[in-house]
Write a protein that binds this ligand. Sequence first.
Ligand code: G4P
Length: 526
Amino acid sequence: MIHPEIEKRKTFAIISHPDAGKTTLTEKFLLFGGAINTAGAVKRNKANQSNTSDFMEIEKQRGISVATSVMGFEYANKRINILDTPGHKDFAEDTYRTLSAVDSVILVVDCVKGVEEQTEKLMSVCRMRNTPVIIFINKMDREGKDAFDLLDEIEHKLNISLCPLSWPIGQGHTFKGVYSIYNKHLNLFEPDKTKISEPVIEVNDLNDDNLTKFLKPKELEGLKGDLELVHGVYGDLDKSMYIEGLLAPVFFGSAINNFGIKELLDTFINIAPSPKGREAEQREVAAEEKNFSGFVFKIHANLDPKHRDRIAFLRICSGKFERNKFYYHTRQDKKLKFSNPMDFMANEKSIVEEAWPGDVVGLYDSGNFKIGDTLTEGEKLQFKGIPSFSPEIFKELENRDPLKTKQLEKGIQQLTEEGVAQLFTMQPGNRKVVGAVGELQFEVIAFRLEHEYGAKAAFRMLSYTRSNWVTSKDKTKLAEFLKRKQQHIGEDKDGNPVYLADNEFMINMTMRDYPDIEFHKTSEFK
Ligand code: G4P
């Protein structure tokens, strides 16, 4: 039997293309959970998406994003943990890592815009891990695409089977409400941003008198026709397919108007999976195991520049985490104890005495942790699932103040350990090359190096656009390759050799010339 503390936990992320309504939906969930009292209480953790010069804004928001990184609350005897993901595309890797720490996701789609670029990218990440996905089609108060067309688009672009659990009646100015296929009731839409209850009319079947009372004959006829088609095309919910990440239940609503949210939340806690086991390099670790284990998926710099402390976010995978108990840091081969582990309830932090699988605790860290580090009760484990990907922009770090060399070294080391970007060391001369997905990350690094470490840095653009981790079964051949290509070889944070190339063509050529060398697109190739 699953331990009740594990069973009651639901750890998930809400993801969307910017502006589809992720922040609004998160806030409404917290409202329903009673974690906050008024809309607007969750400070916005989003930056202007349109340009790259708004890193100052991101800096400001780092202040609140520690609090909003995890938002826990109790609802219907469940402990719900929402993990926040950055909206900006330049921080895609951060989002990827956060998704390694959840058990399911809710994907928000704007009914006017349909499937957007980021929606596709995020979904492909979920597909890689078979993460169960629920889709919430938002902004039904606006004139959007036809519901059937939207489902077609989602199914094809996101490559997943769907199963609508609610169905809209009208849309935009004719939007009347949704019929819950799952719970067999009618939710009538009232445009109201403040109310948190929804008028729900229970119905037995589609011939129920209640429906004729609230819907015009034409609306009712339309609904019946639609539902017949929906049932014929999509059938009933196959829960095991949802849990395996092969089928996504779909809901319709309007987050800003609190509409369809309770329905979504109630169904979510019913069908979403409780904390699952995780794969370590050595073996599969089940959530129910007695011994504690967990991994760090995010590191956040402390905001106070006078203190270099950081907060490492640890996802508990198995057993029970306890305050003031010694745990084994498997990479560093040493024992650590945490006297002030943090729990995140809504947007408040407090010291936590114990935590269970699915929970995320914040650990004050003075430099012990890197992303991906594993803690256990003594077993040598390394959790999988947090690889680095090839960056797209590579720049050499240049020191602009020789008196601050040490600060620069320490700063770039720590920032890259936080996962802001990747660091490659190149020879000769121990040159430091920073690799990132977007320009914004370089701006953030330069700004933080100056303001937190007192170092002055500049970046020199390099022509590389790809990095491949290289290995070989033949050690001599690998050594020979590394020597031949020395000027294009960097060492990653763990000392692994990486081959940097200008484009895919170069990589293919090199692959052809060196058949004994294996090229890997991510750092997790074992
Ligand atoms: P994001 O986190 O995914 O980026 O989206 P966010 O919740 O910030 O929502 C983006 C915009 O969409 C916001 O408007 C928000 O009010 C609006 N919105 C969210 N849900 C709905 C909905 O159901 N219907 C309609 N019509 N709009 C919705 P904004 O003008 O950008 O911001 P604000 O001034 O309202 O804060």
